[in-house]
Design a binder for this molecule. Structure first.
Ligand code: CA
Length: 642
């Protein structure tokens, strides 16, 4: 069992007696403020030898002078505490350990721009019916169709017709929820929605944009997505309303969490409360920068690890979050990720965890300890984004202009097959011919996030334009559909970037993290313009969700019941045995062809119903074929069943 270094047994006793009164088997060492109408207790993790630890209490979020300053006492190793008598509700506070004021590391409510923490009664932020809110059922992560979205991208364009453009509340509006359920997705992964630094919440009328990978307060919703960032309870209530509305529609909410770095070291709440503790350093004393953002946190250190555990638990318990996407998970250590999985399992094993199994630079810790994609098999129940299949389909992240399978370039088939099986060992996948991975990296296919595009890259449309100079719209549409057919027939977790279904583009911008709405917004008039594309996506999503054979969710089942067929270059063909997994379709044949010519493929003899052909999907069928040879058209997928 893991015991944080700052609560050895003697200190643990002291801690139990004097801390913000949590049971010993459920330590909440980051519980920094506990309010009752009679008194408020402040706690902070700061070095035992700090010269002072003060809490300053303010009338408002912006008042110049505190109305009180109270000194905390050291009550255990690295543990400080003070109790202030009286009813402090509605007031604000900061901690000061001599390095500058901050709202602490674990503020649960903050004023505008997150500079001061707020004393509120959290239970008053629950929307009506919150106690009855339930997590939509989920048997396996393979049953999810994840839709990655940003609050502004989704609802800021007038074509969305949203009453709350760019706000949490946009995802409570019936028309917007209806859009998601019509499309058929059942999980949204929302770009950072905790309080981040760059957008000035005091200027809500000025259009400002950021993805939000610049964390400020990890445990408070971002103010600019609320209707009033100056009232601390509003963002909390509206976030909960959003979760509640999505849950009512059967949609799970996956939070994008960015524990791997802070906006900056100097101004970070970590550094201001406990200098140099939370960040890794390299041998010469400089800060390591595995995130590419100037710093990297040290998840292997007890306080940082505990912080992540408590933060994840808090989002689940207070906000009813259903899953987590760990940004640059490869910066965190394997042990921490496994501890988080165990902690989450205690609450609900169906809560999903996956992340980016890479870092953005070298980390100052032994490489073999890092939660990289290649060692996903060491983290049961935790998934990783699959760049193998992504790049095999559309070309590498590092070069927007370089195409791959979609351009009928041979040699990418094996990497795609590896993605289709969900990154597991499969007798028909030759790992020697897979682009990046020389060994299977998952134990279960549900650890494999299958995708061709996401926020931090070109949209698929832009990618196709960049890698196919002069491409015409009809060809672009054919290839776009073909690309997503792999995603939605993969045994991994299918992941779609919002708006791809209406051919969203970003005017060619790759890293659009701080670009204006004009680049990032989704123009929903495209839905009508490219209705055929929308219907194809919707059709495939519906087909996957209706047929268990596409989501067997178990490596042994996939190895036994997913068979690849001999196929020409730039054609990938496989069968799924539906009877073996209780599917209403007995056998399914999927054939994907990126060649500019049709190709014949030998399939098991039978009479089949065609459900996908010529860029159309129809569960009721598009005709019949008989025999043991079929022709797959140029640049398209053919899906049959008997
Ligand atoms: Ca903010």
């Amino acid at each position: 069992m893991y015991i944080p270094k700052f609560i050895p047994l003697t200190a643990l006793f002291l801690f139990m007696m004097t801390s913000c009164s949590q049971p010993a088997d459920d330590p909440q060492v980051f519980n920094e403020m506990e309010y009752t109408p009679q008194q408020t207790t402040f706690c902070l993790n700061a070095p035992s030898d700090a010269q002072r630890v003060d809490v300053r209490i303010y009338e408002t979020a912006l008042a110049e002078q505190p109305i009180r300053t109270v000194s905390l006492k050291c009550v255990g190793e690295d543990r400080w505490r003070a109790t202030v008598e009286g009813d402090l509700k509605g007031l604000f506070y900061t901690f000061d350990t001599g390095h500058g004021e901050c709202p602490g590391t674990f503020a649960k409510a903050v004023g505008v721009n997150g500079r001061r923490a707020a004393i509120i009664d959290l239970s008053s932020t629950d929307p009506e019916g919150w106690a009855e809110d339930v997590r939509p059922a989920l048997e396996t992560p393979a049953d999810m169709v994840v839709y990655e979205m940003h609050h502004r991208d989704f609802s800021i364009h007038p074509s969305r017709g949203s009453k709350y453009p760019g706000k949490f509340l946009a995802l409570t509006e019936p028309e917007n929820i209806q859009y998601l359920t019509d499309l058929g997705i059942n999980a949204v992964q929302i770009l950072p929605s905790y309080d981040y630094a760059t957008v000035d919440e005091a200027r809500p009328d000025v259009p400002q944009y950021n993805w939000g990978y610049d964390p400020l307060n990890y445990n408070v919703p971002e103010g600019s997505y609320s209707t009033d960032a100056t009232r601390p309870e509003v963002r909390i209530r509206e976030f909960k309303q959003m979760v509640q509305a999505l849950h009512r529609a059967g949609i799970r909410v996956i939070l994008d969490v960015v524990y791997n770095h802070c906006m900056s070291i100097d101004g970070s709440n970590f550094q201001l409360t406990y200098p140099d503790y939370y960040f890794r350093k390299v041998a010469d004393g400089k800060y390591s920068d595995g995130s590419g953002c100037g710093n990297e946190t040290a998840s292997e250190r007890p306080l940082m690890r505990q912080f992540m555990l408590e933060s994840v638990r808090y989002w689940i318990q207070e906000y009813h979050i259903d899953g987590f996407r760990f940004d640059l998970m490869g910066i965190h250590d394997i042990e921490t990720m496994n501890l988080i999985r165990q902690e989450v399992d205690k609450i609900d094993p169906s809560i999903t965890i996956y992340g980016e199994g890479w870092s953005a630079g070298q980390c100052a810790i032994e490489h073999e300890r890092l939660a990289m994609k290649a060692v996903t098999y060491q983290m049961p129940g935790i998934g990783a984004f699959a760049d193998d299949m992504r790049d095999a389909i559309r070309g590498p992240f590092s070069d927007d202009n370089q195409p791959a399978f979609l351009a009928a370039l041979p040699g990418h088939e094996e990497s795609i097959k590896f993605g289709l099986v969900g990154g597991i060992q499969h007798p028909q996948v030759d790992m020697e011919r897979v682009n990046y991975s020389k060994a299977p990296w998952t134990v279960q296919p549900t650890q494999h996030v299958s995708y061709v595009s996401c926020h931090d890259d070109m949209s698929l449309v832009d990618r196709l334009r960049a890698s196919f100079p002069g491409i015409q719209t009809d060809e672009l549409i054919r290839l776009d559909k073909l690309a997503q057919t792999f995603v939605l027939t993969s045994q991994g977790i299918p992941f779609l970037w919002a708006g791809e279904e209406v051919l969203r583009d970003k005017k060619g911008v790759h890293n659009s993290y701080n670009q204006p709405d004009s680049i990032n917004q989704i123009d929903w008039s495209n839905q009508e313009k490219y209705q055929d594309v929308y219907l194809y996506y919707r059709g495939l999503i519906g087909m996957r969700r209706a047929h268990k054979a596409f989501r067997m969710a178990d490596a042994e089942l996939v190895r036994s019941h997913m068979r690849f067929l001999d196929a020409p270059s730039c054609v990938v063909a496989f069968t799924l045995d539906g009877t073996a997994v209780g599917d209403s379709w007995n056998h399914i044949v999927c054939i994907m062809n990126s060649n500019r010519t049709p190709h014949r493929v030998t399939i098991p003899q039978g009479t089949y119903t065609v459900v996908c052909r010529d860029g159309q999907v129809a569960a009721e069928g598009l005709g019949q074929v008989e025999g043991d040879v079929v022709t797959v058209g140029a640049q398209q997928a053919l899906i049959l069943h008997d």
